[in-house]
Write a protein that binds this ligand. Sequence first.
Ligand code: HEM
Length: 137
Amino acid sequence: MSQSLAPAVTGIRLSLHVLAATIWVGGQFTVAGLLPTVRGLGADAPRAVARALARLLWPAYAVLVATGFWSVAAIPSASETMAWKVVLGVKIGVVALAGIATWLHGRSRSPGAVAVWGAIGGISSVAALVIGVFLAG
Ligand code: HEM
C-alpha cells in the first residue's frame, strides 16, 4: 500500500495543533520536574516561575482549541464514524477538565489543592493528547 503526504493546509493545521500540545503538556511536565531546583533559588522563585509558565501555557491552550475546532470543521463528516464522534465528544470534555483544573491549580493557595488540581490538570492533559492521537487515526 502506498503512503501519501498530507496536503499543505492539513500539515499546517496539525503542526500548529501538535506544537501547541507540546507546549501545554511538555511545559507542565518540564516545570514539575524543575520544581525542586526552582525551590532552591528562593521563596519567591516558584511563584515567579509559575507566572512565567502561565504566559506560555494559556496561549498554547487557545491555539489547541482553535486548531482543534479547525480540524473538526476540516474533516469531512462522511468520513467520521459514530465511534469517532463519541471519542471526539469525550476529548472535548477532557480538554475542558484539563483547562479548569490547570486554572484552579494556578489559583489555589493550600498545598493540598495545588497538588490535587495540578495532578488532575496533568493527567487530563495527557489523556487529551492520547485521545487526539487516536482521532488522527
Ligand atoms: C489539551 C488540549 C489538546 C491536546 C493536548 C490535543 C492533542 C492532540 C494530538 C497530539 C493530536 C494528534 C495529532 C496527530 O497525530 O497528527 C490531536 C488530534 C486531534 N485533535 Fe486535539 N488536542 C487538544 C485539544 C483539542 C480540541 C479542543 C479539539 C476539538 C474541539 C481537538 C480535536 C482534535 C482532532 C479532530 C484531531 C484529529 C485531527 C486530524 O486527524 O486531522 N483537540 N490532538
